[in-house]
Design a protein around this ligand. Structure first.
Ligand code: ADP
Length: 327
């Protein structure tokens, strides 16, 4: 079944709730000393933030998808939203705070050792459950992905989805919820059992005292709700996953190797690319193992180039296109 026929005319498909920001990347021959005046070898503005990056991939995969989150006003916001739009991402559901700046990440990348030093600025209000209830028509979506942040409000948004799902007896009409836990913040764990698919980063796993993906599966897997899936990307080691069955037992520990490109060019947004590819694959009814493999393949292609544009076409050209032609 083609993804476009999987979503009927008034169903948009996937909504991502989270952060977008402007990344200003300065590439320098080496990292400057304090108070030094240096010229960057290269500078680029890019859309940034997990939601923006994952949506750019979903849109390239042909999914009808929307962004829901807060933005400011001014040139940074205009740049990022028009970049997202150019990928085909729906931006009409963002909440605009006039007079506020879009969060900005200023990065100095050293060519000498590849280090990336980042200064993040944000004064933008977080999204609220009232924004969510005002802007979002839940019956438009089959899948809603949340970034793990702003926990109290996100909990209430998931409550609204649970209420929506309770009124639907047909499993196909229920909205699936996925959640990314990336930052090392203790309160994020309270969201863990609220999602059908939980993505955990290496950083979050380590923060939970898990030194390996296997530790993370053993320690965090039991916290899943029944029939939920845990997915853990682990850089060049690839990715791992486990699923809980209806009787609360954990299934087989699954693994996909990484698919490194010939030359690693840029790993920024590899994780967001991986998450989007896994969501896409599961959304299309593929197995968890196939979804892991697809995620690692597409993330590998991303690592071989700057930015994310064109990665799905590259995958098709490389012959790994089984899943880009949705079942
Ligand atoms: P993040 O970008 O959030 O730090 P990871 O580093 O865990 O995420 O990477 C996500 C996925 O991207 C990995 O599961 C892997 O498939 C791919 N990936 C990341 N770094 C590399 C690499 N150096 N070589 C090959 N694949 C990579």
């Amino acid at each position: 079944m083609d993804i476009r026929s999987a979503v009927s005319a008034n169903v948009s498909g996937i909504l991502c709730v989270g952060l977008v920001c402007l990344d200003i990347v300065n590439v320098c021959d080496q990292y400057p000393r304090e108070d030094e005046d240096v010229r960057a070898a290269e500078q680029r503005w890019e859309k940034g933030g997990n939601a923006a990056n994952s949506l750019a991939v979903l849109a390239q995969l042909g999914v009808s998808c929307d962004f829901h989150g807060t933005v400011g006003s001014g040139p940074e916001t205009e740049f990022v939203l028009s970049d997202m739009k150019s990928y085909g991402v729906g931006i009409e559901l963002c909440v605009c705070h006039e007079g506020k700046k879009l969060p900005t990440t200023t990065a100095v990348v050293s060519r000498e050792n590849g280090s990336r030093t980042i200064v993040h600025y944000r004064d933008l209000p977080e999204l609220t459950v009232d924004d969510f209830k005002t802007k979002i028509s839940l019956h438009h979506y089959k899948w809603i992905h949340f970034e793990g942040r702003n926990v109290i409000e996100v909990q209430k948004m998931i409550d609204a989805i649970d209420d929506h799902n309770k009124l639907r007896s047909d499993a196909n009409e229920k909205i699936k919820v996925s959640l990314e836990l990336e930052k090392s913040r203790p309160e994020l764990l309270s969201l863990f059992h609220r999602a059908d698919v939980v993505f955990v980063s290496k950083d979050f796993a380590r923060y939970q005292n898990c030194q390996t993906a296997h530790d993370a599966v053993q320690q965090l897997g039991p916290k899943l709700r029944c029939k939920a899936k845990l997915v853990i990307a682990w850089g060049e080691m690839g990715a791992y996953a486990v699923e809980k069955n209806t009787t609360s037992e954990l299934g087989k520990f699954l693994h996909s190797p990484a698919y490194p490109p010939l030359v690693i060019v840029d790993t920024l947004a590899a994780g967001d690319t991986f998450n989007a590819a896994v969501i896409y694959s599961l959304f299309n009814g593929n197995s968890l193992h196939d979804a892991l493999t697809f995620g690692c393949q597409l993330a590998g292609i991303k690592c071989g180039q700057q930015g994310q544009r064109g990665i799905v076409n590259k995958m098709k050209q490389s012959g790994r296109e089984n899943q880009t032609n949705a079942k």
